[in-house]
Design a protein around this ligand. Structure first.
Ligand SMILES: Nc1ncnc2c1ncn2[C@@H]1O[C@H](COP(=O)(O)OP(=O)(O)OP(=O)(O)O)[C@@H](O)[C@H]1O
Ligand SMILES: [Mg+2]
Length: 284
């Protein structure tokens, strides 16, 4: 589902969709390359008496795939709900390369695809929906959706209602709907956890393809360590509550992360390292 910011981001989104070149004058080729960051500072969140986050902070790279992994109930969903603007923070600030969330184009893929898709709309109309809401012209809508379906080689019959599709197909439609607005950041909260193993493996491949093609910043919450490592440039390991960053693990493995990679020695060593860190936290 696409979550829209204020007018500025709407204009930027429409400009991008209509193919109008953005003003890059501040970004000339001569300018030194710098890593754009998502910066989270002083984040606090409590539910009744439970302190989930207190003065939480982290810098995360934009343009990369970041996984968030941590103990049950440590606040993974709360974190991405807050930094995507879906849930208010008690205190704190989140900036995307200096911009507030309201000025950043984001999309969100929910775990429960059955409730996320509009059941009264055909799959294809679910994908068109965010563009209609944005007021994009019909011609542009068609161009955008056709390009998206071609880019991702979608082989599903989209002229049907969501309930007739398999779980994986429905989640693919959710992801396509999230991508059609060309988000700057895509949030995914355990998007494959309701799918069977075969479909999960397939969807991991699909998501990798999308990432490699678009280099959209992805922030994935996963309770599956293998998945968290396989898909990520960085794995953010969280502690128990009140939750802090236990460690940020760099995943310097080649893309695509195919079976050779995920069964290789380097992958296994990373998994072992993350598991050790995880158990330290859980037993603390
Ligand atoms: N709306 C809410 N009202 C009250 N407590 C909440 C609410 N949302 C989350 N919590 C509590 O905050 C803590 C963190 O919840 P959250 O769902 O973010 O954890 P999580 O790491 O995503 O958990 P899981 O591994 O089960 O997905 C939990 O103790 C949860 O019970
Ligand atoms: Mg959760």
């Amino acid at each position: 589902m696409s979550v829209r910011g204020g007018n500025v981001s709407l204009i930027r989104a429409v400009d991008r969709i209509s193919g109008i070149a953005p003003d890059t004058s501040l970004n000339s080729a001569a300018a030194p390359k710098r890593q754009a960051l998502m910066t989270i500072r002083g984040l606090r969140k409590t539910f009744d008496d439970a302190v989930v986050y207190d003065d939480f902070g982290v810098d995360l790279p934009l343009g990369q795939f970041v996984s968030v992994f941590g103990p049950n109930g440590c606040g993974k969903s709360t974190l991405i709900n807050m930094i995507s603007g879906l849930m208010p923070m008690d205190a704190g600030e989140v900036l995307y390369d200096g911009q507030r969330i309201s000025e950043t184009r984001i999309s969100y893929v929910f775990q429960n695809y059955r409730e996320a898709l509009f059941p009264w709309l055909r799959a294809i109309d679910n994908i068109y929906y965010p563009l209609k809401v944005m007021g994009v012209s019909r011609k542009e809508q068609r161009l955008r959706v056709e390009k998206l379906l071609t880019d991702f080689d979608v082989r599903i019959d989209l002229n049907v209602y969501p309930y007739t599709l398999s779980g994986g197909q429905q989640q693919t439609v959710s992801i396509l709907r999230a991508l059609v607005t060309e988000p700057e950041v895509l949030f995914l909260d355990e998007p494959f956890s309701a799918l069977d193993y075969e479909m999960t493996l397939f969807m991991r491949e699909q998501l990798q393809k999308i990432f490699m093609k678009t280099k959209t910043t992805m922030l994935l919450v996963s309770h599956d360590l293998e998945e968290a490592i396989q898909l990520a440039d960085k794995v953010v390991m969280l502690t128990r509550r009140p939750t802090k960053v236990a460690e940020i693990v760099d995943v310097n493995l080649p893309w695509p992360r195919n079976l050779d990679v995920t069964t290789g020695e380097d992958f296994m060593a990373l998994k072992r390292h993350c598991l050790d860190r995880f158990w330290q936290e859980v037993k603390r």
